[in-house]
Design a protein around this ligand. Structure first.
Ligand SMILES: [Zn+2]
Length: 326
């Protein structure tokens, strides 16, 4: 990207939601797998989340700086999962990082793991080889696209992994932080455990816009790997019953309450199918054979590993016995 001109990023689409409010939605074939947001408070700029690669984070920083002609004042992080904050390391000290206390604590654990993982270049090369191997025989066009995108993103990660230094929140909060800007008042609120150990959301009540992090996965399956399903549902219900019209999810396109309703339905469908397998004494392999009805059948693309993670979580949750790890 050029220095002072707003240009399209290869990694995300900038979507204008209201005066001074933008969603940054990951683009297929780019280095980003998650979403971010940019909000002008009038006298300062807030950025929500920072993508899963430094290269996409750099475009995000540049876009926010060019849009409002000043450095980003705060970068706020919705939750500890690193696909939302690896790009935070490209922001310098003029930008302060803010997260919930739990998020800061858990992020540090994840960060240490990532630094270690990034030293094992061979394992990453192996991953690419494996995906390329799968591509040789894969017939399904959706799965092919998903594999191709994963290979591209993995290459982006490999290009920068040697330089990666995690950056964590400088400031941590408990429940709510309210930003009183000259143009608008916004609230960064923790909704507690649910999708992750803590999920915080940025609320713009006047504009009825909310940046909901991974409480939202629109047009794609939500990730249950680290969740508490009952509390995750509660977080979704908070938005389904709210008067927020525009919801910016952590993954997938900008949506609204209908998208949250569909996510809840996805959970119902998955739970019912997997409870059936557990109750008849079926194995985890059998649980993996369940087929989802429309529109959820097409949600499976964009990470077949996520389906296995979700089945595994629910199978164990309902008392099924998981196969022993090798
Ligand atoms: Zn997440």
């Amino acid at each position: 990207m050029q220095k002072n001109k707003l240009q399209d990023s290869q990694h995300f689409t900038l979507k204008h939601l209201a005066s001074g409010v933008y969603a940054c939605i990951h683009k297929s074939g780019g280095a980003a797998y998650s979403n971010a947001g940019i909000v002008d408070l009038g006298d300062r700029t807030i950025v929500v989340d920072a993508f899963d690669t430094m290269v996409a984070g750099r475009d995000l920083r540049q876009t926010a700086e060019v849009l409002f002609g000043r450095p980003v004042d705060r970068l706020i992080l919705t939750h500890p999962h690193s696909d939302h904050w690896i790009g935070a390391s490209v922001f310098d000290e003029t930008t302060r990082l803010l997260a919930n206390k739990t998020t800061r604590k858990i992020s540090k654990k994840w960060g240490a793991g990532i630094v270690k993982d990034f030293k094992d270049r061979g394992a990453w090369e192996e991953r690419i080889k494996e995906m390329e191997g799968q591509l040789q025989t894969e017939q399904d066009e959706h799965v092919r696209v998903s594999l191709e995108n994963s290979i591209i993103r993995t290459r982006y990660v490999m290009a920068e992994m040697a330089k990666f230094q995690p950056r964590y929140a400088d400031q941590a909060f408990d429940e709510t932080v309210t930003f009183h800007g000259s143009k608008r008042i916004v609230e960064f609120r923790s909704l507690g455990r649910g999708h992750s150990e803590d999920d915080a959301v940025l609320l713009l009540p006047q504009e009825r816009i909310a940046f909901i992090g991974d409480i939202g996965f629109f047009d794609t399956q939500p990730f249950l790997g680290f969740c508490d399903i009952a509390l995750y549902r509660k977080q979704m219900l908070f938005f389904q019953d709210s008067d927020y019209d525009v919801l910016v999810p952590g993954h997938g396109p900008v949506g609204g309450r209908d998208d949250i309703a569909l996510q809840l339905e996805y959970l119902d469908v998955m739970e019912e199918l997997i409870v059936n397998v557990v109750q008849r004494g079926g194995s985890f392999e059998e649980a993996m054979q369940i087929t989802l009805p429309k529109p959820f059948s097409k949600w499976l693309f964009g990470g077949t590993g996520k389906f296995e993670t979700n089945v595994r979580y629910l199978f164990a949750h309902f008392g099924g016995e998981l196969p022993k790890e090798e």
